[in-house]
Design a protein around this ligand. Structure first.
Ligand code: NDP
Length: 446
C-alpha cells in the first residue's frame, strides 16, 4: 500500500480499535484508493479527513413498553461527510446496531450517494431497538422518543434520514409525525421514504430493489447478455428483496429463493407476481416469517437456519444484511454455476467472498453501486418536496433506470482509469471518492 493510505488505515485502527465493521468497509475502499493515489498522488491529502466523521451523535432513547416497564435504547446518527450536499442516509433499527455498524454504513453512504450524481452527502443512524414482536403502539412510542432527540440535529438542508433494516413505512410515518409536531412547521423534505399521502415519492419503496435489478441488467448487457431466462437466488425478504424479486421477474428472470433470519425458502417454480404479493402482505402487514410462504405454496420448501447460496442458479442477489456471504458460500455459488453477484444489501459479501468472485471472474456489482437506487430516489423525493410537485410513476422509474445506467458507466470508466477494467468494486470506490475529494479540496481544510 502507498504510505499515506497505510498510515490512514493504521490511524483509524489506533483511534477506534473496537469497530470491526467500519474497519472492513474502510479497508475495502482504501485498497481501491491505493491504486488511485499511486497514479494521482494529490488525492492522498484528503484521506485523513474523509475517514473521520464530521460529527457523531449518540443519545438515550427512553420509552415505556406495553407493561409500563421503562426501556432504554441507544440512538445514533453519524454525519459523516457533507462536501457535496447535506448528510443523507437511512436509519436502522436492529439489535446488532452499534457505532461500528453505523459508521460503516455512513462511510459507504458517502461514496454511494456521490455515485448517484446527485448533490447528497453521507450519513446514517439508528438504534439497537428491535421492532420485531413489538406492538404498533410500542413502535410509535419508541419512534417519538427517538425523534425527540434526533430532531435537534436534522433538517431538509442539513441531514435527511430515510429507512433501512427495521425502518419502513410505519416507522417513517411515526418519525415524521413527531418531527412535524416538534417543529411546528411542515418540512416534508426532512425525511424520505414517506407515505404518498404526505410527501412521499412514487417508486421510492421500490427503488433499491428495482435499481439493483437494473444494475445487474447493465452488467449483463455489457457482456451481450440479459436477466431474461436466468435462474436467480435472492436472500432477505424485506423491502430490498421484495422489489428486487418483482423487477427481476419483470425483466424475465426467475427468482427461486428468499430468506429471513430464521432460514430460507426454495421455490423452484419461481416466486411469481401473485406469490410476491403474498410475501409483501406477509412481511409488511402481518409481520410474519418466510416459513409461512412455504406453508402456503405447494412445491415450496423452508430450510431452517440456513442460507440459500448452495442452490444451483445463474445469478445471486444478497439483499439481507452485511457479511451474509462468506468464502465458503461464494465457493458454493461458483461450484453451482453462478455467474454473477449483485449486492442489494450493504457489504453482504465478506472480503474473502469477493476474492473468490474475482478469482473465478464472476460479474460483481458491489452494494455501493448496485443498491444506490434507494438513495438516488430519496434525492428525487426531496426535489419533488422542494417543488411541491409529484412526478408520475413512469417519470421516477425512468430517472431511476437512467441513474443506475450512469452509475454502471461511471464505475466502468473509473476502473479503466486505474487499469483494472471489469473490476466494478474498484471502479465504484474510485468514482464515488473522486467527486467528494475534489469538493473537499476546493473547500480548504475544514
Ligand atoms: P428490511 O428490514 O425490510 O429487511 C431486512 C431483511 O433482511 C429481512 O428479511 C431480515 O430478516 C433479513 N435480515 C436482517 N438482519 C439479518 C441477519 N442478521 N441475518 C439474517 N437475515 C437478516 O430491510 P431492507 O430490505 O431495507 O434492507 C436490507 C439490506 O439492504 C440492508 O443491508 C440495508 O442496509 C440495505 N439497503 C437498504 C436500502 C433501502 O432503501 N431500504 C437502501 C440501500 C441498502 P428478519 O425479518 O428475520 O430480521
Amino acid at each position: 500500500m502507498q504510505r499515506a493510505v497505510e498510515e490512514t488505515y493504521q490511524q483509524v485502527l489506533r483511534r477506534d480499535p473496537d469497530q470491526p465493521e467500519f474497519h472492513q468497509a474502510l479497508l475495502e475502499v482504501l485498497r481501491s484508493l491505493d491504486l488511485l493515489v499511486e497514479r494521482e498522488p494529490d488525492y492522498a491529502a484528503v484521506l485523513s479527513r474523509i475517514v473521520e466523521p464530521e460529527r457523531v451523535i449518540m443519545f438515550r432513547v427512553p420509552w415505556q413498553d406495553r407493561d409500563d416497564n421503562i426501556r432504554v435504547n441507544r440512538g445514533f446518527r453519524t454525519q459523516f461527510n457533507s462536501a457535496i450536499g447535506p448528510y443523507k442516509g437511512g436509519l436502522r433499527f436492529h439489535p446488532s446496531v452499534n457505532l461500528s455498524v453505523i459508521k460503516f454504513l455512513a462511510f459507504e453512504q458517502i461514496l454511494k450517494n456521490s455515485l448517484t450524481g446527485l448533490p447528497i452527502g453521507g450519513g446514517k443512524g439508528g438504534s439497537d431497538f428491535d421492532p420485531k414482536g413489538k406492538t404498533d403502539s410500542e413502535v410509535m412510542r419508541f419512534c417519538q422518543s427517538f425523534m425527540t432527540e434526533l430532531a435537534h440535529h436534522i433538517g431538509p438542508n442539513t441531514d435527511i434520514p430515510a429507512g433501512d433494516i427495521g425502518v419502513g413505512a410505519r416507522e417513517i410515518g411515526y418519525l415524521f409525525g413527531q418531527f412535524k409536531r416538534l417543529r411546528k412547521a411542515y418540512e416534508a423534505g426532512v425525511l424520505t421514504g414517506k407515505g404518498l399521502s404526505y410527501g412521499g415519492s412514487l417508486i421510492r419503496p421500490e427503488a433499491t430493489g428495482y435499481g439493483c435489478a437494473y444494475f445487474a441488467e447493465e452488467m449483463l448487457k455489457s457482456r451481450g447478455d440479459s436477466l431474461d431466462g436466468k435462474k436467480v437466488l435472492v436472500s432477505g425478504s424485506g423491502n430490498v428483496a421484495q422489489f428486487c424479486i418483482e423487477k427481476v421477474n419483470a425483466l424475465g428472470g426467475r427468482c427461486i429463493t428468499m430468506s429471513d433470519s430464521s432460514g430460507y425458502v426454495l421455490d423452484e417454480d419461481g416466486i411469481d407476481t401473485e406469490k410476491c404479493e403474498f410475501l409483501m402482505a406477509l412481511k409488511n402487514e402481518r409481520r410474519g416469517r418466510v416459513s409461512e410462504y412455504a406453508d402456503k405454496f405447494k412445491g415450496a420448501k423452508f430450510v431452517p437456519n440456513a442460507k440459500p447460496w448452495g442452490i444451483a442458479a445463474d445469478f445471486a442477489f444478497p439483499c439481507a444484511t452485511q457479511n451474509e456471504v462468506d468464502a465458503e458460500d461464494a465457493a458454493s455459488l461458483v461450484k453451482n454455476g453462478c455467474r454473477g453477484v449483485c449486492e442489494g444489501a450493504n457489504m453482504p459479501s465478506t472480503p474473502e467472498a469477493v476474492e473468490v468472485y474475482n478469482e473465478h471472474r464472476l460479474m460483481f456489482g458491489p452494494g455501493k453501486a448496485a443498491n444506490a437506487g434507494g438513495g438516488a430516489t430519496s434525492a428525487l423525493e426531496m426535489s419533488q418536496n422542494s417543488q411541491r410537485m409529484m412526478w408520475s410513476r413512469e417519470d421516477v422509474d425512468a430517472r431511476l433506470r437512467k441513474i443506475m445506467t450512469n452509475i454502471h458507466e461511471a464505475a466502468v470508466q473509473a476502473a479503466e482509469r486505474v487499469g483494472m477494467p471489469d473490476n466494478l468494486l474498484h471502479g465504484a470506490n474510485i468514482a464515488g471518492f473522486t467527486k467528494v475529494a475534489d469538493a473537499m479540496m476546493s473547500h480548504g481544510i475544514v
